[in-house]
Write a protein that binds this ligand. Structure first.
Ligand code: NCD
Ligand code: ZN
Length: 348
């Protein structure tokens, strides 16, 4: 029988960029409307590298929230070559930091202050391992001689294997995975290794970025790969394995910054995130595993309770706007102008 309504625990977004200032005020409530909690990425223009910066950022996020939403931002510490392990430990013990984020220097938006070599953060990683604090990894090598479509797979070979051997008890989330290689790596590794999967990497492959001309709104990092990889991601997401969970990587940029001679990487998917995932799971006849992926596996990995609230999803056509008027300009969302088959009817 066809499922037409679905009630699941309220999901969390385990990877999102909500920016700062006017942009923060414009986008945060899309995330807060759907998700109970979200892991807030620290890659602001001035990266969130200290407890003080994280507390101030959290306060700005909370003050941008519509009071109708009961939403908890979970803050992360941006690792650099000179991160002080004591700062990380203090932030974790005080409940300010939930995790640390590793950006290889130069890998993506605002990653210039990232880590230039993994050996520079050995003591930080030892500390995190001993206190049980998760490490969130943007898993791409940055060497310009490595083809952009190979950067995730090469990161596994060069860094991931070494990392899990050196820190066998460190909790690691391989963020926004895009390859079958990453799926296989995560599956083959122990229970401390998990991965997030975005809605957009489940929907399109690399050909779509160039279908009929260049589509800058499908450009994000890691870049979408071949179809075989998209299919592996879909299989992993619907598998029921606790190693895979939701992380939208919603990453808003203004239309000028996307449609440019040097367009920014990032897909803004926050307004219809759960709808997009629900449609994918439905296409795979796997609505029964959506709740695990959306709402249970993430909290379990992070050692948190699932949300007690529930949300209602209904099978119903919904139109995604062509754009959002934001800050005297626009942001073009994921699925712009499309009709999705599932509707988020709110909390129940
Ligand atoms: C993100 C951003 O714009 O901050 N962009 C993206 O393409 N995903 C950074 C990131 O997560 O790589
Ligand atoms: Zn991201």
């Amino acid at each position: 029988m066809m499922t037409n309504t679905l009630t699941i625990r309220q999901p969390d977004d385990w990877h999102v960029h909500v920016r700062d200032g006017d942009m923060l005020r414009s986008v945060i409530n899309y995330t807060a409307a759907q998700f109970g909690r979200a892991i807030i990425m620290p890659n602001l223009a001035t990266p969130i590298t200290s407890v003080k910066l994280a507390e101030a950022y959290r306060t700005r996020i909370l003050s941008a929230l519509d009071p109708a939403h009961d939403f908890t931002p979970l803050m992360t510490c941006y690792l650099t070559d000179s991160t002080d392990p004591k700062e990380v430990e203090m932030g974790y013990e005080q409940g300010v930091f939930t995790a640390c984020k590793l950006y290889p220097a130069g890998a993506t938006t605002n990653s210039d202050s990232g880590v230039t070599h993994i050996d520079n953060i050995t003591v930080v990683l030892e500390t995190m391992q001993s206190i049980g604090m998760p490490l969130l990894i943007h898993g791409e090598v940055t060497d310009s001689d490595i083809d952009i479509f190979d950067r995730e797979a090469v990161f596994i070979e060069r860094t991931m294997f070494k990392l899990i051997a050196q820190f066998p008890d460190l909790k690691i989330v391989f963020e926004h995975i895009t390859t079958k290689d990453a799926v296989d790596f995560v599956r083959a590794s122990g229970p401390k290794i998990a991965a997030t999967i975005t809605p957009h990497h489940l929907v399109y492959n690399r050909s779509a970025i160039f279908a009929g001309g260049i589509n800058p709104h499908l450009y994000c990092l890691p870049i979408a790969k071949r179809e075989v990889h998209r299919l592996a991601l879909r299989k992993a997401a619907i598998s029921g394995s606790p190693k895979f969970f939701m992380g939208t990587d919603s990453a808003p940029h203004t239309v000028e910054n996307k449609q440019s001679a040097c367009g920014c990487a990032g897909v803004f998917n926050a307004p219809f995130a759960i709808e997009s995932y629900a449609q994918t799971f439905d296409q795979e006849n796997a609505l029964d595993t959506l709740e695990g992926f959306a709402s249970l596996h993430g909290p379990e990995f992070y050692g948190l309770k699932p949300n007690s609230r529930k949300i209602l999803l209904e099978r119903k056509d919904i139109s995604v706007p062509d754009n959002y008027d934001i800050m005297d300009t626009q942001i073009i969302p994921f699925h712009a102008g499309e009709t999705l088959k599932w509707h988020f009817a709110g909390l129940v």
